[in-house]
Design a protein around this ligand. Structure first.
Ligand SMILES: Cc1cc2nc3c(=O)[nH]c(=O)nc-3n(C[C@H](O)[C@H](O)[C@H](O)COP(=O)(O)O)c2cc1C
Length: 202
């Protein structure tokens, strides 16, 4: 199959893109609105960027009607967010926070999750997530306007919380953190099957 992305309907292209880029880590993003309402939503177009500065990115696209998602409006208004990882045990709650609730709705309450005050930013971290990173916005890129327009939020990581329960010999144990990844449609994957490969030495 050969494709010119410019000639494909955006919804179809999105469906294809999420089949191409797999698996994707899920950034569970906590924000607060300008008037202090909490918000929580998952974003799988997300990644770490690097360590100098320690940085993270996620991509809240515009909705089909061209409006901005609450998370994007909140980071634009406050410049702050907290990103948590998603273990298998809380997959249902994470999914619940992806529902398209109106701006005044607190997804922590809807999904039965526990907000814990952060140290350096206003949005709370998620108690049910064993790793949370407090971030301050470095840059927001608006790459496309209107329906499905792409946006990139880049944040500097100011503080990292790691639950001691997922550490073994001072390292994060992948079996204990048990993160899930997003595939396409309703499909997810687990990180329970792993293998090792050493980098070549020249
Ligand atoms: C696992 C998962 C990953 C998602 N990834 C993204 C994403 O990368 N970008 C995006 O715009 N929406 C993504 N969504 C949809 C948003 O979570 C959804 O639109 C949510 O309602 C946005 O909430 P907000 O309006 O409170 O910001 C994802 C949903 C799920 C379940």
């Amino acid at each position: 199959m050969e494709l010119d992305p410019g000639s494909v309907d955006p919804t179809e292209l999105y469906k294809l893109q999420i089949q191409i880029i797999t698996p994707r880590p899920i950034a569970w993003v906590s924000t607060v609105s300008a008037d202090g309402v909490r918000n929580l939503a998952p974003f799988s177009f997300s990644s770490g960027i690097g360590t100098h500065p320690p940085a993270h990115l996620f991509c809240p696209t515009n909705r089909g009607d061209g409006t901005k998602k609450d998370t994007l409006r909140n980071v634009e208004a406050t410049g702050e967010y907290v990103v948590g990882v998603v273990p298998y045990a809380v997959r249902e709650a994470m999914n619940q926070t992806s529902a398209d609730y109106p701006p005044g709705v607190d997804e922590f309450v809807k999904a039965g999750l526990t907000p814990v005050p952060s140290l350096k930013v206003k949005p709370p971290r998620i108690k049910e997530s064993p790793i949370n990173m407090e971030c301050r916005v470095l840059k927001i890129l608006h790459l496309g306007e209107g329906p499905h327009g792409s946006n990139v939020v880049i944040g500097e990581i100011l503080h990292i919380h790691i639950d001691n329960a997922i550490l073994r010999n001072g390292k994060i144990d992948p079996d204990l953190v048990d993160t899930i990844g997003r595939m396409s449609g309703p499909e997810y994957c687990r990180t329970t099957e792993r293998f090792e490969m050493l980098r070549p030495k020249m």
